[in-house]
Design a protein around this ligand. Structure first.
Ligand code: HEM
Length: 435
């Protein structure tokens, strides 16, 4: 007997037409209930309304992400917005399931373009981009926009190379940056197509068309640049320069998958990720750091004194090697990453057994659950940090107190994790003075 039958059974005998009306009413209420639940689950911003577990305890995060990192290797596909691009296996690194492809593309970026020795060779590019940023800010250009575009230009050069980017020109580079920000701002609302592929397309046809159009524009602009990198590579004799990200992707072979090269779809996903992940995180960190320095002229003065000491007050550019002699700059960046981590949480798919054993959760369904590790809250935990909401770089200057909390690798213990933790952490992309 269904719930509707049960309810009808409880009704007193009434004329037929009234019974039909009641059945219709009950059926309508049930139907509306089902539709309401469905729509709640299809919430436009991609937030999962089902089982959502949040971890704010740093010891539990360390146990799960570091001590049991071999068991929590994947992100929950249905909840990661970029998962939408994986429908045809066009994985980026972030969304790729653990396996040969993930290992190959991750190793390629960490041991290649983001290798500290490689980054050290980019001093000239950084100086040029910084010079243009200072010029833009002095001429009154909007600060946030200028910071984001400067970082984007730097990451674009690391991706395609100086020659290809300068041939592209500023107007077209700005258009590409706009495409990237448009894409990132609507990406969360596309999560619905990953969780409910058929129903999502049926209920949100215009959003689906918007996704396809954005992806097509990415295909067109990135693949054209890949072709130009390929062409300029064949013409070039000089091997001493820094290898760009696209060059490394062109050389990459997935050995455990028959030694295949990357597909066009994978190229587009990986380039989009590199430009997006590299720009948003770095620019947001810079923006928060500058905002805090503007609010606190006393901190600005301390930093100025350190810069003057290193450059003897003569130069506006700090060399890579000099960064290790700048403890106050390091402390300021660490404090910025602790107080305002660009990614406020990291996600993992956690199996039922690990959830019970490591996190003490006994209600996780058989297939496991999505777990949010709240990076922001962990970095502001009053049990681990004194005055956690204050912006105090000094906490990282002493050899005792909060200073011991600065281990960004989270290997031994975890008190802040702006770069995540465990095998899926963002490695090798830390600011050079914070490694
Ligand atoms: C201030 C700078 C940055 C911060 C704070 C940051 C933060 C993060 C965080 C929190 C994660 C998730 C880690 C986890 O799940 O445990 C991540 C992953 C990732 N980040 Fe970064 N990131 C930064 C810069 C960059 C840059 C410059 C790039 C590349 C150009 C990059 C590429 C990636 C990639 C590819 C992943 C996915 C790693 C994987 O799933 O294996 N990040 N990042």
């Amino acid at each position: 007997m269904t719930m509707a039958d049960h309810l009808i059974g409880m009704l007193p005998p009434v004329p037929d037409c009234v019974t039909s009306a009641r059945i219709l009413l009950i059926a309508t209420v049930f139907f509306l209930g089902v539709v309401a639940r469905l729509l709640r689950n299809l919430a436009p911003h991609g937030t999962r309304r089902g089982l959502s577990i949040q971890v704010t305890d740093s010891a539990a995060a360390h146990r799960a992400l570091v001590e049991h990192s071999a068991s929590v290797l994947n992100r929950p596909i249905g909840v990661v917005p970029s998962g939408i691009l994986t429908v045809e296996r066009h994985y980026n690194i972030l969304a790729a399931p653990y396996g040969p492809y993930w290992r190959a593309v991750r190793r390629n970026v960490t041991a290649g373009v983001l290798r500290p020795s490689n980054l050290a060779l980019l001093g000239g590019t950084r100086a040029r981009v910084l010079g243009r940023l200072v010029h833009d800010l002095r001429s009154g250009a909007p600060a946030a926009e200028s910071i984001y575009f400067s970082v984007y230009s730097l990451i674009a050069e690391m991706c395609f190379g100086e020659e290809v980017v300068s041939e592209l020109g500023e107007t077209r580079l700005r258009a590409m940056h706009k495409l990237q920000t448009d894409f990132l701002s609507v990406l969360p609302s596309f999560g619905v197509f990953v969780r409910y592929p058929r129903m999502g397309k049926l209920l949100y046809p215009s959003r689906w068309r918007q996704l396809l159009a954005l992806r097509r524009r990415q295909d067109e602009s990135y693949l054209r640049l890949v072709a130009e990198v390929k062409k300029s590579n064949t013409d070039r004799k000089d091997d001493s320069r820094v290898k760009t990200y696209v060059e490394s992707l062109l050389d990459l072979r997935i050995l455990e998958d028959g030694g295949r090269a990357l597909t066009d779809g994978e190229f587009v996903s990986l380039i989009s990720e590199f430009l997006g992940a590299g720009t948003e995180t770095t620019a947001s960190t810079l923006q928060w750091t500058i905002a805090n320095l503007i609010k606190r002229p006393d901190l600005q003065q301390k930093l100025r004194a350190e810069v003057d000491a290193v450059t003897s007050g003569q130069r506006s550019i700090i060399e890579e090697a000099e960064l290790s002699c700048m403890p106050y700059l390091k402390a300021t960046l660490l404090e910025s990453l602790r107080r305002h981590p660009p990614l406020p949480f990291v996600l993992r798919h956690v199996g039922r057994e690990v959830a019970a054993k490591v996190l003490g959760l006994t209600t996780v369904p058989e297939g496991g659950a999505a777990v949010n590790f709240l990076v922001g809250k962990i970095g502001r935990d009053p049990a681990a940090w004194s005055d956690p909401t204050e912006f105090k770089p000094e906490r990282f200057m002493s050899t005792d107190g909060d200073c011991k909390n600065a281990d960004l690798t989270c290997t031994r213990e975890l008190r802040m994790m702006p770069f995540g933790a465990g095998r899926r952490a963002c490695r090798r992309s830390r600011p050079p003075c914070c490694t």
